[in-house]
Design a protein around this ligand. Structure first.
Ligand code: GAP
Length: 595
């Protein structure tokens, strides 16, 4: 069984995730998170929020999943958000053409190749349809738009789309969000939410799906002035696989600190470098194995339509590298496009420290001349003169000036333009912020964390499987078991479980089956600690507590066994103070050895 298959089997059996709607045959690319998976997902999202919203001091929003068509006309998704599709002439099955090339040749990033080259490679390598094995040579490779279309309201007059990235919900609202940030750059807006892509070939369970959760941060900066707090992460070591290294024969991955990566120009943007540093620490915190992790720069042909540079965080599972996060420098692409298409103001006013005096060239064209001379074009000629004065005042040095309107040249005597250059005092200027975007795929991070935490060893002569999840991420923090359901042990265990829940811990209570089997069940879902109530617990005073249904304010007699998942080591601890100790173990303030 491959690592991925083993994981999918465990995920289904233990309630992490499973294919959706299987009672009706299912729909590829849609997965339901079960109780363990939903808890793990929410813990990972909380850890993301803690790092990228709370610690960075950004704002978080929640925008709709459906957005009207003009949004995606402006963003470029309607025209450019395509994958390469090839259809089998024999059975009609559709496949992602670049993936077929990657799976059947040594080429790693076929997405960056033109369609015709992919078609040639399919023919050259005799690639067959994975469904019916007919040859795919000579089948056209076309573009397929990945957005799910819908109608907003009855009828089809108002098309809408399920957002293919949460980011657009932030960009569109920039004018409003900028006000909330008091128009002060830099500021960041984050969002954790669903994104939808009608993938041609969903595969590898959570890795390529049609509905998934993204955690995205759009950090709006003044490209001229704002600098990231690089010193905070400058010593973090980044495993970097640059575009240049990918393209050279002997190039490979390099380990550089954030500072070295910036100084050597390997990572061009300091902002991107900053987030690579922050994120490397965050991946480690949530349980990604740093020996199976790298940052890979996009090749030129691979970059999304909006990105001028992009690095992916990639994790290795089953020998394949999976993109888990994209770090893109989006420049002013999105805000410019939304300004252009909506006519709204997508800039911020940048106040100067001191007002400045500048020479400003202006025109005030004589419309009583332009009207008769240019008829219906007169207004456009006046606008063109105004723009030219701003852009190139020297054009007004001669007796006549020429402007173009809709491809036609119009010449105007300069004296009819009332051209003048005046000194004006300015307090600031309107600038269009640039955007730095770390974009995390939550499902792929969950898949990675589960794959990387999957361990097996031998306990009491039997093979054991366990997930060594960081306690902060584990779906359940403590399993509470009565050794047997008699003599008051169950009452005391129930009582303890309630106290631990009241203290904010995630607790599961299990009284079914042999104690060894109960430990194994918790090991397999990564529960870091188990508490067992036994006869000794009753003998040393616990029974009295259970029967009194103590208020919880008084010191508690009695002890229990606490077992650590990874080592299976057990310690006897007093019930009194148990919640506090387990809580501190879960946050890492205490180690099991310290107990
Ligand atoms: N806003 C930028 C953006 O959407 P992306 O690289 O297309 O960039 C970001 O997506 C992340 O979303 C990826 O790194 C990946 O983790 C996740 N993702 C993208 N497509 C996915 C899919 N079909 N299934 C699961 N996760 C996906």
């Amino acid at each position: 069984m491959s690592e991925g298959e083993r994981l999918t089997e465990l995920a289904k059996r233990r309630g992490f995730y499973f294919p959706s709607s299987s009672a009706y045959g299912g729909a590829a690319g849609f997965w339901t998170y079960g109780p363990q998976g939903a808890a793990l997902k929410s813990n990972i999202e909380d850890a993301w929020r803690d790092r990228y919203v709370v610690k960075e001091g950004h704002q978080e929003i929640s925008a709709p999943d459906v957005m009207p068509e003009p949004v995606f006309e402006a963003s470029g998704h309607l025209d450019g958000f395509d994958d390469m599709i090839v259809e089998c002439g024999e059975c009609g099955a559709t496949h992602r053409a670049d993936h077929l090339v990657e799976d059947n040749t040594d080429i790693e990033e076929a997405e960056s190749l033109p369609n015709e080259e992919v078609m040639d490679l399919i023919a050259e390598h005799g690639i067959e349809c994975p469904s019916c094995h007919a040859s795919l040579a000579d089948q056209p490779v076309d573009n397929f738009n990945l957005m799910f279309e819908t109608n907003i309201g009855p009828g089809s007059s108002s098309p809408g789309y399920l957002r293919p990235e949460t980011a657009q919900g932030i960009f569109v609202e920039f004018p409003q969000l900028s006000e909330y940030a008091r128009n002060q750059l830099p500021f960041g807006v984050a969002q954790i939410g669903k994104a939808y892509r009608n993938e041609i070939s969903p595969r590898k369970s959570l890795v390529r799906v049609r509905e998934f959760t993204q955690a995205e941060l759009e950090h709006f900066i003044d490209p001229e002035e704002d600098e990231p707090p690089l010193a905070e992460v400058e010593d973090v070591v980044l495993p970097l696989y640059s575009a240049a290294a990918q393209e050279s024969e002997d190039g490979g991955q390099r380990e550089l600190t954030v500072r070295e990566a910036v100084d050597e120009g390997v990572v061009e943007s300091e902002w991107v470098a900053y987030y690579l540093g922050v994120s490397r620490e965050w991946y480690e915190r949530v349980g990604v194995d740093m020996d199976r992790f790298r940052y890979r720069q996009h090749l030129a042909g691979e970059r999304a339509h909006y990105a001028s540079d992009c690095w992916d965080a990639e994790s290795e599972v089953d020998g394949d590298w999976i993109e888990i996060t994209g770090f893109a420098y989006r420049g002013d692409y999105d805000l410019s496009k939304h300004a252009e298409h909506s006519g709204e103001d997508y800039t911020v006013f940048k106040q100067y420290d001191e007002p400045i005096t500048v020479e400003r060239a202006t025109v005030d064209p004589d419309m009583s001349y332009l009207g008769p001379e240019f008829g219906g074009d007169a207004g456009a000629v006046a606008d063109a003169l105004e723009a030219l004065a701003e852009r190139n005042p020297d054009a007004f040095d001669d007796d006549e000036v020429t402007v173009e309107v809709d491809g036609e040249s119009h010449t105007v005597p300069v004296e009819q333009t009332n051209f003048s250059v005046d000194e004006v005092t300015e307090n600031g200027e309107h600038i269009r912020p640039h955007v730095v975007e770390p974009s995390f795929g939550v499902g792929r991070i969950i898949y990675t964390v589960l794959a990387h935490s999957y361990e097996s060893d031998e306990v009491d002569g039997e093979e054991r499987t366990y997930l060594d999840l960081p306690p902060e991420q584990a779906p359940t923090t403590v399993g509470v078991f009565p050794l047997m359901d008699k003599d008051g042990m169950a009452d005391l265990a129930t009582d303890i479980a309630e106290d631990l829940r009241a203290a904010g811990l995630s607790v599961t209570y299990d009284d079914s089956g042999a104690i060894g089997r109960r430990y194994r069940r918790q090991d397999e879902v990564g529960t870091p600690y188990c508490v067992t109530v036994d006869y000794e617990s009753l003998e040393d005073g616990g029974a009295q507590r259970a029967s009194e249904s103590a208020s919880g304010d008084e010191p508690r007699a009695g002890t229990v066994t606490v077992r650590e998942r990874d080592t299976t080591e057990q310690k006897r601890l007093p019930i009194d103070g148990l919640a506090d100790r387990l809580g501190r173990l879960a946050t890492g303030d205490l180690t099991f050895d310290d107990l």
